[in-house]
Design a protein around this ligand. Structure first.
Ligand SMILES: [Zn+2]
Length: 199
């Protein structure tokens, strides 16, 4: 509760909040042929602390907003993943939402963040400096982009499955044009969150 109360304006009791763990992202190559460097997940763990957790495309009411109050990097076999603990207020009208989280219906997560470096997995150069194509196969190896040097984290959100084809990790690397629109949209949503919470 101490971690939650550092973020809330008034002192909350355990009865007033509902908490749940969410796997935000990991170092597995995703559907965009990108993956985070494991060290970057540690940087993101710090950056995501206190950031909003949203329920996009499902509810728009202000009371269905949640916040990340704890993060940790865990290893599952050969996979490194970033896990967050999220809290929301137990307000009337949230019962269905809580049941959907508990029932595992809400689990596809989209995260908005920015990284400073994107490296080609084939040659090790900055991705925009080489001719390798993401998803292309070179001598039996599939080219992917390794994202590192986390700069900022904006928000994370459950997304309805399969309403959003690009569900998953939204990222941007400076000096490249990857998903910049997604990150700008995330920044705009974060600005709204700041107005709402005064944070
Ligand atoms: Zn390359």
């Amino acid at each position: 509760m101490a971690a939650i109360n550092r973020l809330s304006r008034k002192e909350l009791t355990a009865e007033e909040v509902y908490t749940f763990p969410v796997r935000l992202c990991d170092d597995i190559v995703d559907r965009d042929n990108e993956k985070f460097h494991p060290d970057t997940l540690k940087e993101l763990a710090t950056l995501f602390l206190g950031k909003p957790f949203l329920f996009d495309h499902i509810w728009a009411a202000s009371k269905q907003t949640a916040r990340i109050y704890a993060t940790r990097v865990e290893t599952e076999g050969s996979v490194t993943c970033l896990i967050s603990d999220v809290y929301m207020l137990r307000l009337s009208g949230n019962e269905d939402l809580i049941a959907m989280i508990d029932g595992g219906i809400l689990k596809e997560v989209s995260v908005g963040c920015a990284v400073g470096k994107a490296t080609c997995s084939i040659c090790g150069k900055a991705f925009w400096e080489c001719d390798h194509r993401r998803g292309g196969v070179y001598e039996g190896k599939t080219c992917h982009v390794i994202l590192s040097e986390a700069k900022d984290a904006y928000e994370a959100s459950f997304v309805a499955v399969p309403a959003q084809p690009a569900a998953g990790v939204q990222k941007s690397a400076e000096m490249s044009n990857m998903s910049i629109n997604d990150v700008e949209a995330a920044k705009a949503r974060l600005a709204i969150e700041k107005l709402r919470f005064g944070g």
